[in-house]
Design a protein around this ligand. Sequence first.
Ligand code: C2E
Ligand code: MG
Ligand code: MG
Ligand code: MG
Length: 282
Amino acid sequence: LAKANGKNGFRFYSSDLNATLERKMTIENELKKAIEKEELFLVYQPKVDLQSREVIGAEALLRWRHPKLGFVSPGEFIPVAEETGQIIRIGEWVMREASRQNKAWQEKGFAPMCISINVSVLQFQREDFLETVDRALTDAKLDPGSLELEITESVMQNVWESTQILKRIRKMGVRVSLDDFGTGYSSLHVLQNLPIDTLKIDKSFIDALTDINQHAMVKTIVELGLNLNLDIVAEGIEEEYQVQVLTSHKCRIGQGYLFSRPVAPEEFEQLLVPVQETVQVT
Ligand code: C2E
Ligand code: MG
Ligand code: MG
Ligand code: MG
């Protein structure tokens, strides 16, 4: 119908659709220059021990501040970056930057901790992915055990291939976490044989704890994870009662606004305890 109106049918589409396409094209174009222009940066959200409330690690989350567009959320630009393949370069930058920062904190005297980054399935499936990880760690002089890769259940579309890649990642000593667990379609059979270290329970299950009938779901996921010898992390904790329910079901690690939002490195550092408090001799 639109096209029947002339050679440039495009402008006859609803203005909503037009605006959406335009926004997408703008993001795609501006994203190309984002790394060079140093518009990308990482924020860190603590992972805490639910009993002691101590910070035991962090998730690095990508942020983009554009001079004209302002802050663009990862929920908006990551899908564009995935569609255009730009996620490969951006994802590598994230890995390198998180590794550099982690090493810098260790050198400042903070206890070594594991920092996780999110990895797109497109990065994961590339032939050179392991080399990229290895190079990032070597250049940062970071211990592989200090890096964890968060992948989603979408990598399970190709179970056999993914399992081989995961085995090689873990052989390097790098940790693997299954993010947003429970929202995808991985079968229990697949999960049982998956070489991973951590299960991250999706926020939707944590939100659902307001309903007592939903507690069984979290209980089941935690039991499953513990039986498979995995670390269990609950994401998106906002309320104290959620901590109570989670700890009663033996979930020991959590992440969420209740403890801290994702923050800039300088602010994150304030949450860390130095290994040795230097004793002043007078
Ligand atoms: P995710 O990996 O599941 O990250 C958790 C998201 O939940 C983050 O949103 C975080 O800020 C948010 N969050 C944490 N605690 C709470 C809470 O208590 N309440 C609420 N309402 N939200 C909470 P963010 O930073 O906007 O990231 C969204 C998604 O974008 C991430 O979901 C991840 O899938 C993707 N993403 C972020 N950084 C990267 C990256 O470097 N690479 C890739 N490939 N994806 C990334
Ligand atoms: Mg994540
Ligand atoms: Mg998540
Ligand atoms: Mg999520």
